[in-house]
Design a protein around this ligand. Structure first.
Ligand code: BGC
Length: 385
């Protein structure tokens, strides 16, 4: 195995600085316009526009105790479970009547859940879609019934039935994952070239191609100049995607990549789109007798925060659920009071309309900055021991 080299402090500082530059009004579109022109996610790119402020008369308020629906795609990763808990508790605390449901990755189930929220008189429906493009007609039905529709964490595509989307910058997230992968390779795996493999998330989730696009904007030049070698040759999103974000499927793919390509080679790094897939890939490498590769992740799940602290997973990206839920409830309060959707200067083309985007900045986490990132998150801070 290659010799360990020291991390350049300058590079770490630059990465951290780059991470925090995004804070407060970050616009991922501004930094990624050229990188995503020929990608499957190009239509989901956020752009800066002069947003029209919606007036009160166009968006009437509603009763302070109104029913609010929240439709989540599944509860298979920690962020969605946190969202379920936080929406249930915080909407009730704010005086609303919450209906919070998850759809177990099934499009039809989600359509039915949203229909029943409309029937139950919901004034706002918050939707994290299983499949970003499969809810068009039920959301338009909601709009016709006078319901406000807010996308949560994922874009709602090919529909006019959406008032805005609250999310973390998804192209930016991919960039951070790839930058951390490169940093970890230099820090832990000696001199280039480095052998790597690439993983993407569930193709129905509009975030997944965006994460991959952001990552490839950083990695492709390094593949082209020979710094990185994707030994399997699998570099298209369609080859690298993980159906339904299923960790077991990712582990199977990693097992077969290792068996087919690495019997006489070390694997140095793996681009992973979230923490569950990261842990699956690390486990597959351990099972194959490889040294642990440098692996990226997303969500700052408890188990991965521990793995990062132990040096088993190199990085994750924090996208705090409490911030996303707080932003969503702030918008619901604005709608309730009759103040309409808050103004924003970021939009995304969802294939039919320019959707207002309320975008929060993701933050990369490695062992070096974990204590700093989680300084105000006692439960994660507790894991750093
Ligand atoms: C979310 C991630 C999550 C993934 C799988 C994505 O849309 O942004 O936080 O890990 O879905 O659930």
């Amino acid at each position: 195995m290659k010799k360990r080299t020291l991390l350049s402090m300058a590079m770490a500082a630059t990465m951290l600085a780059a991470t925090f530059t995004g804070c407060g009004g970050s616009r991922e579109g501004a930094s990624t316009d050229t990188a995503t022109n020929d990608t499957p996610a190009a239509t989901e790119e956020t752009t800066e526009v002069a947003a029209e402020t919606t007036t009160t008369s166009e968006m009437p308020g509603f009763d302070a105790g109104a029913t609010i629906g929240v439709s989540l795609p599944w509860l298979g990763t920690q962020n969605w479970k946190e969202a379920e808990d936080m929406f249930s508790a915080q909407l009730a605390e704010a005086g609303y009547n919450p209906i919070v449901q998850a759809a177990d990755q099934k499009v039809t189930q989600q359509q039915q859940q949203i229909e029943s929220m409309i029937e139950n008189g919901a004034k706002v429906i918050v939707v994290g879609p299983v499949d970003g493009s499969q809810l068009g007609s039920v959301l338009e039905q909601a709009k016709e019934a006078g319901v406000y529709v807010i996308g949560y964490d994922r874009l709602l595509e090919n529909t006019t039935g959406v008032d805005g989307v609250v999310q973390f910058g998804s192209v930016k997230t991919g960039e951070l994952q790839a930058q951390a992968l490169l940093q970890g390779l230099e820090e832990l795996k000696g001199e280039a070239p480095y052998n790597i493999e690439l993983f993407g998330g569930g193709p129905a989730d509009p975030n997944a191609p965006n994460f991959f696009t952001g990552a490839m904007s950083v990695l492709q030049p390094k593949i082209d100049d020979g710094t990185l070698v994707v030994v399997s040759g699998q570099t298209d999103f369609t080859q690298c995607a993980t159906a339904d974000w299923d960790n077991a499927k990712a582990q199977q793919r990693m097992d077969s990549l290792l068996a087919g390509n690495y019997s006489d080679k070390d694997i140095d790094g793996v681009l992973c789109p979230n923490d569950g897939i990261a842990r699956a890939c690390i486990t597959a490498c351990e099972n194959a007798g490889q040294d642990i590769p440098v692996v990226s992740g997303l969500d700052a799940e408890n188990e991965s925060v521990e793995w990062v602290w132990q040096g088993r997973q190199y990085s994750t990206v924090a996208k705090p659920t409490e911030d996303l839920v707080a932003k969503t409830i702030e918008i619901i309060d604005s709608l309730q009071a009759g103040n309409g959707m808050p103004s924003t200067d970021v939009t995304a083309d969802n294939g039919v309309i320019e959707v207002p985007i309320y975008e929060l900045p993701p933050v990369v986490v490695t062992k070096d900055n974990a204590k700093e990132v989680f300084a105000n998150d006692p439960s994660r801070l507790e894991l750093l021991k």
